[in-house]
Design a protein around this ligand. Structure first.
Ligand code: ADP
Ligand code: MG
Length: 364
C-alpha cells in the first residue's frame, strides 16, 4: 500500500468494516478505505483517480445521485446496486446497499461526496446472528424453567419408589425390579436436568488465560482418547495476547467442540486420515450480537469429517439437539453459553469434508 496517497483526514475510515469512498461531484475517487480495497481486490493506487461509477453495474444511477447530492438537491440518498470487481471482471458482482451523503468541501472548496457501500450478504449475516442470539436466549430461559419444574417432583418420585421397594422387600422380585427401574430412570433424568442447569449455576472464575495453552490442553486430552488415526494440527497466531476469562470453562467449551469433531471422524480415524485443525487468528472490528469490538480472537476448529447433518444444521446449538445415538445434545449448548459469558460467540459452517466451528472472543 502506498501511504503517500492516503489523506490523513480519512485515516480513521480504514478502521471501518463498511466500505467507504470519498468522491468528487463527478465521481472521481479521492479516497477509498481498506474495506473497499479488500472487497474489490484493488490496490489503493488503482482506486485513486479512477471513476467510482465505473465499478458499478448500473453507473447512471450513481452518477445522477452524486450530482444531486453535490448540488444540495438532497443531503443523502440510498439505493441498492451491484459492484463489479476490478480485475476479476468474470467474477460475480457484489450486491451492496449504497448510501450517498454530503460532506464538507475540500480545503480548495471542491465539493466532496461520501459513499458508503454495505455488503448485502453481510447485512443478512448480521441479521441472522442477531436473530440466532435472541432465539438462543429464549430457548435458554425456557430450558431453565422447564428443568426446574422437572427437578422438583423427581425427589418425591425417587423417595416413593424406594419406600415401595422396602414394602416389597420379601415379596415378588419382579416387582422390586420395577422399582429399581423407576429409581434408575429418575437418576438419569436428574443428571440430565443438572447438566441443563449447570452452566447457569457456577460462578465464573476469572483469570489471565492464553488461548494456545487452552488449545494444547484440549489437544492432549483428545489425543489420549484417540491415540491412533487422528491428527490434530495447530496453526497458531502467536501474537495473540492473553485475555481475562474462566480457564476451566474455556477448556470445556473447546473440548466439547473438538470431541464432537473426533466423534464424527470415526470412520476416517479407522482409515487413519482423520484431521482436526486448531487455528487461531486475530480479527479486527468484529460484531458479536449487537456489540462491536475493535479486536477479537478467532479459534477455528476444523475437521475433515462428513459435515453436520442437514436436518439439524440450523439447530445444533439448541439444547437436546443431537445427531448421534446416545448424544445428549448439550455439548454445543454449553459451549455457546460459555462463549457468550465471555461476550463471544460460536458459529459453524459445514459441508461434507470440511466443517469449521469458529469461536470469536473479544480481546481487551
Ligand atoms: N464437527 C462436527 N461435524 C458434524 N456434525 C457435528 C459436528 N459437531 C457437532 N455435530 C452435530 O451436532 C450435534 C450436537 O452436538 P452436541 O451439542 O455436542 O451434542 P451431542 O454431542 O451430545 O450429540 C452432534 O450430535 C452432531 O450431530
Ligand atoms: Mg457433543
Amino acid at each position: 500500500m502506498d501511504t503517500t496517497l492516503l489523506p490523513d483526514e480519512f485515516a480513521g475510515l480504514d478502521l471501518l468494516a463498511t466500505m467507504v469512498v470519498v468522491v468528487s461531484a463527478d465521481g472521481e475517487c479521492l479516497f477509498a478505505n481498506a474495506a473497499f480495497e479488500n472487497a474489490m481486490r484493488l490496490s489503493r493506487r488503482a482506486v485513486q483517480k479512477s471513476q467510482l461509477p465505473d465499478w458499478f453495474d448500473d453507473s447512471q444511477r450513481l452518477v445522477e445521485t452524486l450530482a444531486g447530492v453535490a448540488a444540495n438537491q438532497y443531503s443523502s440518498s440510498r439505493f441498492d446496486a451491484v459492484l463489479r470487481r476490478g480485475a476479476w471482471a468474470h467474477e460475480d458482482g457484489l450486491p451492496v446497499h449504497v448510501i450517498v451523503s454530503q460532506m464538507d468541501p475540500a480545503d480548495d472548496g471542491e465539493p466532496r461526496v461520501l459513499v458508503e457501500l454495505i455488503e448485502i450478504a453481510q447485512l443478512a449475516r448480521q441479521d441472522r446472528d442477531e436473530r440466532n442470539l435472541d432465539q438462543v436466549q429464549a430457548t435458554k430461559e425456557l430450558t431453565r424453567n422447564l428443568a426446574h419444574e422437572i427437578k422438583n417432583p423427581l425427589g418425591g418420585i425417587r423417595g416413593a419408589a424406594q419406600l415401595l421397594a422396602l414394602e416389597l422387600q420379601d415379596g415378588d422380585p419382579e416387582l422390586t425390579e420395577y422399582t429399581q427401574v423407576i429409581v434408575h430412570e429418575v437418576d438419569r433424568l436428574q443428571s440430565l436436568v443438572d447438566r441443563l442447569l449447570a452452566p447457569h449455576r457456577k460462578a465464573q472464575v476469572v483469570g489471565d488465560v492464553n488461548i494456545h495453552e487452552i488449545c494444547e490442553r484440549v489437544r492432549a486430552l483428545v489425543l489420549i482418547e484417540y491415540p491412533k488415526g487422528l491428527d490434530i494440527a495447530r496453526d497458531y497466531d502467536t501474537s495473540l495476547p492473553d485475555f481475562r476469562g474462566d480457564r476451566e470453562q474455556l477448556i470445556q467449551m473447546t473440548l466439547n467442540i473438538v470431541q464432537n469433531a473426533a466423534q464424527v471422524l470415526h470412520s476416517r480415524i479407522a482409515a487413519g486420515d482423520a484431521q482436526i485443525v486448531l487455528r487461531t487468528r486475530v480479527a479486527r472490528q468484529v460484531t458479536v450480537g449487537k456489540q462491536r469490538w475493535r479486536l477479537a480472537l478467532e479459534l477455528h476448529i476444523e475437521d475433515n469429517g462428513p459435515g453436520v447433518p442437514a436436518e439439524i444444521r440450523d439447530r445444533i446449538f439448541f439444547p437436546l439437539v443431537s445427531g448421534r445415538d446416545g448424544g445428549s445434545g448439550l455439548g454445543l449448548t454449553l459451549a455457546q453459553t460459555i462463549a457468550q459469558q465471555h461476550q463471544g460467540m460460536i458459529d459453524c459452517e459445514s459441508e461434507p469434508g470440511l466443517t469449521n466451528f469458529r469461536i470469536t472472543l473479544p480481546l481487551p
